[in-house]
Structures are given as structure tokens and as C-alpha cells.
Design a binder for this molecule. Structure first.
Ligand code: HEC
Length: 113
């Protein structure tokens, strides 16, 4: 093989490798963003921030994250709404309940857990 044949085939191979790499990077971002959009727990933290801080800081909630069972969270949320006057629809309570009972990643991060 002549010298420029060798360099040519080298660069051809590099080109293919670069395409494969670009494809993989693209795939990574695509699946990443698709996952973020369909993450059923996104919005949990926002809901906590918007509806629970009127009366007490989130640290009060954070203290119990990972501690209470689903049943006890349901009771707490109900009490916050019925007795304390928190503004949460039934659907919002169900939604929050699920991301508190098994803490959503964003909540864990906010609470440093
Ligand atoms: C209208 C005022 C108010 C709002 C809004 C409110 N809370 Fe509370 N929360 C209280 C009061 C008052 C207490 C202390 C008395 C008690 O525990 O009932 C408390 C205590 C707590 C506690 C500690 C006691 C326990 O049972 O673990 C948690 C956890 C809690 N709140 C969660 C929440 C969450 C989650 C939200 C948002 C959905 C929320 N609170 C919104 C008034 C409020």
C-alpha cells in the first residue's frame, strides 16, 4: 500500500467512527429528553414549592420524606387540606402522594436525601 492509500483508509475509518459517535450522542440526548418529557413524576417538586410553603418551609416536608408510608402521607395530605387549608385538588393529592411515598428524584435532591 502506498502512503496516501494508508492515510486515506485511516481517515475513512475515522469518518465512520465519527458518524457512529455522533449517532450515539444524538441517541443519548434524544432518549434523555424523551424520558424527561414522559417522566410521570415531573412537576412534583413544583407542586410542593407552590402549595406547601404558604404555611411552613419545605424542610418540614423534607424531614418526613422517606419516613412515612403511603398511608401516612395520605393522612398528612388530607389533614393539610381539610384542617389546615392547603389548596390541593383530589387529583393533585393523589399525584403528590405517589411522589412523596416513593420520593421522586427531584424531591430527594431538594431535600438532600
Ligand atoms: C394552610 C397552611 C398549610 C399548608 C398550605 C400546608 N401545611 Fe403542612 N402543616 C401546617 C401546619 C399548621 C402544620 C403543623 C400541625 C400539623 O401537623 O397538622 C403542618 C405540618 C406539616 C407536616 C409535619 C407533620 C406531619 O404530619 O408529618 C408535614 C409533613 C406537612 N405539613 C406537609 C405539608 C405538605 C406536603 C403540604 C403541601 C401539600 C403542606 N404541608 C401544606 C399547615 C400547612
Amino acid at each position: 500500500m502506498k502512503y496516501d492509500e494508508i492515510t486515506n483508509s485511516f481517515f475513512k475509518r475515522r469518518k465512520t467512527e465519527m458518524r457512529v459517535a455522533a449517532f450515539l450522542v444524538g441517541l443519548f440526548f434524544f432518549t434523555g429528553s424523551a424520558f424527561a418529557e414522559t417522566d410521570p413524576m415531573s412537576g412534583c417538586l413544583e407542586l410542593l414549592q407552590n402549595r406547601c410553603q404558604r404555611c411552613h418551609s419545605l424542610s418540614r416536608v423534607c424531614q418526613k420524606v422517606g419516613e412515612k408510608s403511603k398511608r401516612r402521607w395520605a393522612a398528612t395530605l388530607k389533614r393539610m387540606v381539610k384542617r389546615r387549608g392547603a389548596d390541593l385538588s383530589g387529583a393533585e393529592q393523589d399525584f403528590l402522594l405517589n411522589c412523596l411515598a416513593i420520593p421522586a428524584p427531584a424531591i430527594k435532591e431538594e431535600c438532600g436525601k
